[in-house]
Design a protein around this ligand. Structure first.
Ligand SMILES: *[C@@H]1O[C@H](CO)[C@@H](O)[C@H](O)[C@H]1NC(C)=O
Ligand SMILES: *[C@@H]1O[C@H](CO)[C@@H](O)[C@H](O)[C@H]1NC(C)=O
Ligand SMILES: *[C@@H]1O[C@H](CO)[C@@H](O)[C@H](O)[C@H]1NC(C)=O
Ligand SMILES: *[C@@H]1O[C@H](CO)[C@@H](O)[C@H](O)[C@H]1NC(C)=O
Length: 491
């Protein structure tokens, strides 16, 4: 959905035409029932009360409590240790705490031109990069050693960010600027030239054989796009898109438009296959493509925006295809979605649900740009319902999200999650909740502080009815415009 303000102004431009048409065809006397202008203005568009904490990371309409935010951050700091967990943690920190450094911020921010005097400095992100660089074995191709070819690339954008914020002569993690640049180049090289591929060129998710995992979409294309954007490298910007296109062609399920998890049916294929429509995997794909899309449409150089206009349009269609189809799948316990989206014998998963909701909000904000397809109104509505299902009730004050899929098995639920964090927990789920909070905050901001409304069912319990008086922001917009029309007709 396009933000209210823009949609409203487009409709207002049509006002005189509509008024004239109405007057000539109906006559004022034949006016149908007057749209309820006052009702529209009284609609649940809640007057924003300042949060007690005034934490700039949360929006005024955030449902996340301050202790939950601290819990999530602390839990991530302690438990995000695998390469993709670190990358996803850092992505969440940037989007939440340093939004001007994220490609989701507008082209007028400095995201594509970070410098040593960036303010505020992204301290925790740089600290994490320092420890990655300090522990990287000499000459190692991957930024973090891993059997996955793709997962270590998820930290790539933050090593690039560290390089750009590092002054000549300075060091990070005991490495000079030249050494940091060379670590980035080795990571790019091993992906482009040292990793098995399908015959049509899709880079494998694994180092040892050809396996395409939907997870790849969040790890590699956003890294290529970000590095390409910051170093003005068109071939990397293009490679980001090409990999999305190839992965889609090999993972998309014709029947639903959703993506399967793992395809290994290729020459040189091995490892495992997973034909299921994994919720988190669809989230990885939609959210990863949204980051690539943002890199194109929010690039400060208008030539780059124009050069990638058709790719942007395609990417947005592919993201919309996933989120629209995902939210049309059955609802699980607590208003969450199933771990395998169309399989009601699997279990409710707050993890994939959160990432899909984050991607839906991101696409909605990006659809302000020309020729970017928006998610359907139903999808946006469902994303808001999912947000309300997850936050605050599925997050403990120690930052444990439940129920969630076991991130190490992807087909089993995580057992032994304990609210105080002493049991098992899913670091990626904690990061997804922060990504969702950041995405929804930015949606609210781009809609003038209006909270998204939902007509979705069961947003806070297992299967409650439609929330009373709830209406979508789009409906509110339409009602306001209709009210103005009525005023115009009467005047
Ligand atoms: C993570 O913990 C370390 C110490 O264990 C601390 O130095 C660092 O600032 C913490 N980072 C964040 C993001 O809280
Ligand atoms: C590293 O930063 C410098 C600017 O300080 C930039 O010119 C160079 O392209 C960057 N390289 C990488 C790989 O980030
Ligand atoms: C763009 O990046 C690729 C991959 O690192 C590199 O091979 C190529 O030389 C770069 N192109 C330019 C123009 O810098
Ligand atoms: C889910 O969708 C896939 C792909 O279309 C299909 O093969 C599978 O049978 C479906 N599962 C259920 C439980 O409907």
């Amino acid at each position: 959905m396009r933000p209210c303000a823009e949609r409203g102004s487009a409709l207002l431009l049509l006002l005189p035409v509509v008024v004239l048409a109405a007057l000539s065809s109906l006559g004022v006397a034949a006016l149908p029932q007057r749209p309820p202008l006052h009702a529209a203005l009284d609609a649940p568009h809640r007057t924003l009360s300042k949060r007690a904490s005034d934490d700039p990371r949360l929006s005024d309409v955030s449902r996340l409590e301050d202790d939950q935010l601290e819990g999530l951050l602390t839990l991530l700091n302690r438990t995000a240790t695998k390469s993709w967990e670190i990358g996803t943690h850092l992505t969440a920190l940037v989007e939440l705490s340093y939004p001007d450094l994220s490609p989701f911020s507008s082209s007028s921010s400095s995201w594509a031109r970070p410098s040593p005097d960036v303010s505020p400095p992204p301290t925790e992100v740089l600290a994490a990069v320092a420890s990655i660089l300090a522990s990287q074995p000499a000459g190692q191709a991957q930024l973090v050693p891993d059997g996955s070819a793709a997962d270590p690339a998820s930290v790539g954008p933050y090593v690039v960010l560290a390089n750009f914020t590092l002054a000549e002569g300075e060091q990070i993690g005991g490495k000079s600027k030249d050494e940091v640049v060379s670590a980035v180049e080795r990571q790019v090289e091993v992906l482009l030239r040292g990793t098995p591929r399908t015959q049509d060129g899709a880079i494998s998710h694994r180092t040892e054989d050809v396996e395409l995992w939907s997870d790849f979409m969040y790890m590699v294309p956003p890294f290529f796009a970000y590095l390409g954007a910051l170093t003005s490298n068109t071939s990397l910007l293009t490679a980001a898109y090409t990999q999305c296109e190839l992965y889609r062609s090999h993972l998309r399920d014709e029947r639903t438009g959703l993506w399967r998890h793992i395809n290994n049916q290729f020459e040189g294929g091995g490892g495992m296959a997973d034909d299921g429509l994994w919720a988190t995997g669809n989230g990885w794909a939609a959210a990863g493509m949204a980051r690539v899309l943002a890199t194109y449409v929010n690039h400060p150089d208008s030539d780059v925006v124009a050069e990638f206009a058709s790719q942007s349009s395609e990417l947005s269609r592919w993201i919309a295809e996933i989120v629209n189809a995902a939210w049309a799948q059955p609802r699980a316990k607590y208003g969450l979605r199933y771990n395998y989206l169309n399989d009601t014998s699997s279990f409710a998963d707050a993890s994939g649900t959160a990432l899909l909701a984050a991607a839906t909000f991101r696409l909605s904000v990006l659809s302000i740009a020309d020729s970017v397809t928006a998610p359907s109104t139903d999808a946006l509505d469902a994303a808001e319902g999912a947000y309300r299902a997850v936050v605050p009730s599925r997050v403990s004050s120690a930052g444990v999200v439940s129920p969630v899929v076991d991130p190490m098995s992807f087909s089993d639920p995580l057992d032994d999650a304990r609210a105080d964090g002493s049991g098992q927990s899913s670091p990626e789920a904690a990061a997804f909740v922060l990504l969702l909070e950041a995405a929804r905050r930015d949606w609210v901001e781009s809609n003038g502080g209006v909270e998204p409304q939902t007509t979705a069912q069961g947003d806070s319990g297992s299967g409650g009815g439609p929330s009373a008086g709830a209406r979508s922001a789009g409906a509110l917009c339409a009602a306001v415009v209709a009210g103005l029309l009525a005023v115009g007709l009467v005047a």
